[in-house]
Design a binder for this molecule. Structure first.
Ligand code: XIL
Length: 330
């Protein structure tokens, strides 16, 4: 083994390697993050509720800390996210008369939010997850999530978001980002949504595959089909929120206090296979970001109703490389 290579250096010829962070993780894991990752995403602090908690009141301090860290260490910065159904304050959807906002009002709020945020970080943020998770999960015949954006604006809210973002920063790469991308029905809906946008001439440049998997699922074959399918649209692809917790989705155990040897080995093999796949597609994959930096802090351990340790990252609680790290860097 010997010296621990920097994770991003192992991918110098392929794609940047990112981590989702917040000011607290930068405090707790600054040296690890600066050494191993060369791209950052704000885990929470660029979301609407953080950036514009009240109409016209913009709070950029924490986002600025993250952007400052990226600059200081020569890292790229992804923007996450502008238009979403979650972590968006209620005022956005409220009309002046107490009822719901009109289409016009909601679109003008969308535009001023995007102008302010994308405009502020022009030149610092090279790509944006413009619209996040806009697809309806069940019912094959329903494409779009029944969100307040859809209800109050109509289905062109998505296209409008890309147009506003493009106006605010014509150089930024604009992504559509979603989860369960390797599940066949969801994959086809994502394909359809993005194809429709392209057919209408929408400025969209990439698809973000969140990559919230686990050490068993989905299969490498489904991941491959997903990459091929999305790449056929001629867009670049990024894995934006990768994590491989040690439990299947339906595993409800709460009493596992230490990963078993079998889990550690399964995670090693899976991470290795996944990065082999990504290397094969390095011509279309332009970034791989983990949704965290090390096992000591991950959103999955605090998932509402499922609080437990999940150990999804390449580095352990002490920020040392795990067996899966060595499988990835080879
Ligand atoms: C998550 C954060 O990690 C949590 O800290 C927060 O409480 C909820 O949001 N998909 C996304 C991310 O696009 O923004 C989510 O981040 C995880 C799922």
């Amino acid at each position: 083994k010997g010296r621990v290579p920097a994770l991003h250096e192992a991918f110098a010829e392929t794609f940047p390697i990112g981590a989702a962070v917040n000011p607290a993780t930068l405090e707790a894991a600054g040296p690890l993050i600066a050494r191993h990752y060369n791209s950052l995403t704000a885990e929470n602090h660029m979301k609407p509720e953080e950036i514009q908690p009240e109409e016209g009141v913009f709070t950029f301090e924490k986002a600025d800390v993250i952007v400052g860290f990226a600059k200081k260490h020569g890292m790229r910065m992804r923007g996450h996210t502008l238009v979403w159904h979650n972590q968006t304050p209620d005022w956005v959807f409220e009309g002046k008369d107490g009822g719901p906002a009109s289409r016009e009002l909601l679109l003008s709020r969308m535009k001023s939010h995007i102008d302010a945020v994308v405009g502020r970080y022009r030149g610092s943020i090279y790509c944006w997850d413009v619209v996040n998770e806009a697809i309806h999960d069940k019912d094959a015949d329903i494409l779009l999530r029944r969100s307040r954006w859809l209800e109050l604006v109509g289905e062109d809210y998505i296209q409008k978001a890309y147009e506003y973002a493009h106006q605010a920063d014509p150089d930024a790469l604009l992504f559509y980002n979603d989860y369960h991308e390797a599940v066949p029905e969801k994959r086809e809906k994502m394909y359809t949504l993005v194809k429709n946008l392209l057919d209408r001439g929408t400025p969209i440049h990439g698809i973000g595959m969140q990559g919230h998997y686990n050490i068993y699922e989905p299969s490498i074959e489904e991941m491959r089909i997903t990459i091929e399918r999305f790449a056929s649209l001629g867009l670049q692809l990024q894995i934006t929120e990768l994590d491989l917790p040690m439990f299947r989705n339906d595993d409800k155990r709460r009493d596992v206090t230490e990963p078993t040897e079998e889990m550690v080995e399964q995670q090693r093999v899976r991470y290795g296979e996944i990065f082999d796949l990504y290397r094969e597609y390095k011509d279309v994959i332009t970034g791989v970001t983990f949704w965290g930096a090390a096992d000591d802090y991950t959103w999955l351990d605090h998932f509402p109703g499922k609080e437990r340790r999940t150990w999804p990252m390449l580095f352990n609680d002490s920020h040392e490389p795990k067996p899966c790290f060595w499988a990835v860097v080879k």
